[in-house]
Design a protein around this ligand. Structure first.
Ligand code: SAM
Length: 202
C-alpha cells in the first residue's frame, strides 16, 4: 500500500495495480486522513534570490497558507519566476508536514494590479520595517474577514508604495519588531503571528 493525496480529497491508502516504466495505476482503497483545508490566509511576497524564494514557498505551505502570490514591487529584482517549480515545492512541503491541502502558487503579478483588483472583504497585513513600534493587535481588528500578508523584497518598499498601501482602507501596517528581518524570516514571523491569533491555533 502507498499513501496518496491530490490536495483536495484527503489522504488515501492505495494499492499498486500496475507499475510500468512511464506510468502506473494505483487503486484507492480507503481514506486514511480526511481533507483538512487551512484557514483562508494568502501570503504575498516579493521574490528574492532563488533559494530564499523556495524557502518562503516551502514555509508558507507548512505554515498553512491557502494561496501564495509572488508580487512584483518597485524594488523587486526578479522579473520572472518558475511557477511550476514553486508549485512543486509547495506539494513537497505539504507531503512533508502531513497536510492534505496544497496551496496554489500563483504566477508573478504586479503589486499594483493586485491592489487595484483587491477582493472586497479581505484585509491586508502590510509588514513594514519602517513602522517600528506599530504593533498590530490582530484580535482587535478581527471581524471574521479573511486576511493576506504582504512581505517586501530585499530593499523593502518604495516611498510611493508605502504611501499607496497606507491609503488603502483594507491595509493594516504592522511592525514585526525593532530589527530588520530578512524577507524570508519576516514571512515566517508574520504567518506565525497571524496563525497564533486568528488561524489554526485558536
Ligand atoms: N535586506 C534584508 C534581506 O535581504 O532580506 C532585509 C529585507 S526587509 C527590508 C524585507 C521585508 O521584510 C520588508 O519589506 C518587510 O515586508 C519585512 N520586514 C522585515 N523586517 C520587518 C519588521 N521589523 N517589521 C515589519 N516587516 C519587516
Amino acid at each position: 500500500m502507498v499513501a496518496v493525496f491530490d490536495g483536495k480529497n484527503g489522504e488515501w491508502q492505495a494499492e499498486v495495480a500496475e507499475a510500468g516504466k512511464r506510468k502506473g495505476i494505483l487503486v484507492c482503497v480507503e481514506e486514511s486522513a480526511p481533507q483538512m483545508d487551512p484557514p483562508d490566509l494568502w501570503l504575498l511576497f516579493a521574490p528574492i534570490k532563488k533559494a530564499r524564494t523556495d524557502f518562503i514557498v516551502e514555509k508558507a505551505a507548512e505554515m498553512g497558507a491557502r494561496r501564495i502570490v509572488p508580487v512584483q514591487t518597485d524594488f523587486t529584482n526578479s522579473e520572472r519566476i518558475r511557477q511550476d517549480r514553486l508549485q512543486a515545492h509547495a506539494v513537497e512541503a505539504a507531503e512533508q508536514c502531513g497536510g492534505t491541502y496544497v496551496p496554489e502558487v500563483a504566477d508573478l503579478e504586479k503589486l499594483e494590479s493586485m491592489l487595484a483588483n483587491w477582493p472586497e472583504d479581505r484585509k491586508l497585513m502590510f509588514c513594514d520595517e519602517a513602522e517600528a513600534g506599530n504593533q498590530l493587535f490582530l484580535d482587535q481588528t478581527d471581524d471574521g474577514s479573511p486576511w493576506a500578508i504582504l512581505i517586501g523584497p530585499e530593499g523593502g518598499f518604495s516611498d510611493a508604495e508605502r504611501a499607496r498601501l497606507k491609503s488603502l482602507p483594507f491595509a493594516h501596517v504592522v511592525s514585526l519588531g525593532p530589527r530588520i528581518l530578512r524577507a524570508d524570516t519576516a514571512a515566517v514571523a508574520a504567518m506565525t503571528l497571524w496563525q497564533q491569533t486568528l488561524g489554526d491555533w485558536r
